[in-house]
Design a protein around this ligand. Structure first.
Ligand SMILES: [Zn+2]
Ligand SMILES: [Zn+2]
Length: 143
């Protein structure tokens, strides 16, 4: 996958491109993602912010205190309400992209489910996936 991915909100006011590779997805079943998505979970790709470019529009930001206690900056379209991406206040170099806002379905797979302790009873969780009752362990330190 070399060509950049594109995406945006429902009304088209916000458009973005992603140059970072996106293949492994994570479903978050925390209660805040349920509210923000109106669904059982949000499905996200963790990408470097350097590989994410806003091409059009300025999303509105909501500073959320996540179930983990961390401040999570949630970005969405102020016109149509689409939830687009989020960043932890302490690590703005990482963008958590809501992959349902990507334009084209590409070869991606959910590999992990997090915050499964608050998963809705009607949410399907593939038992073959990695699962965490709360937040996943932090990634290994960068070398
Ligand atoms: Zn919009
Ligand atoms: Zn969540």
């Amino acid at each position: 996958m070399t060509s950049p991915l594109s995406g945006g909100c429902l009304c088209g006011a916000i458009r973005y491109t992603v140059s970072a590779p996106v293949s492994q997805l994570r479903a978050c079943h925390c209660t805040h993602c349920q509210k923000i998505s109106g669904a059982g979970a949000s499905v996200n790709a963790i990408i470097p912010t350097a590989g994410f470019t806003l091409e059009k529009g300025t999303p509105k930001r909501y500073d959320d205190t996540a179930d983990s206690g961390r401040i999570l900056q949630r970005y969405f379209c102020a016109d149509c309400g689409s939830s687009l991406f989020s960043r932890r206040a302490v690590s703005p170099e990482v963008t958590v992209l809501k992959v349902g806002t990507l334009d084209a379905p590409v070869d991606m797979k959910i590999v992990a489910h997090i915050w499964t302790r608050s998963a809705r009873p009607w949410s399907h969780i593939d038992p073959a996936c990695e699962q965490h009752r709360e937040a996943p362990p932090p990634p290994p330190p960068a070398r």
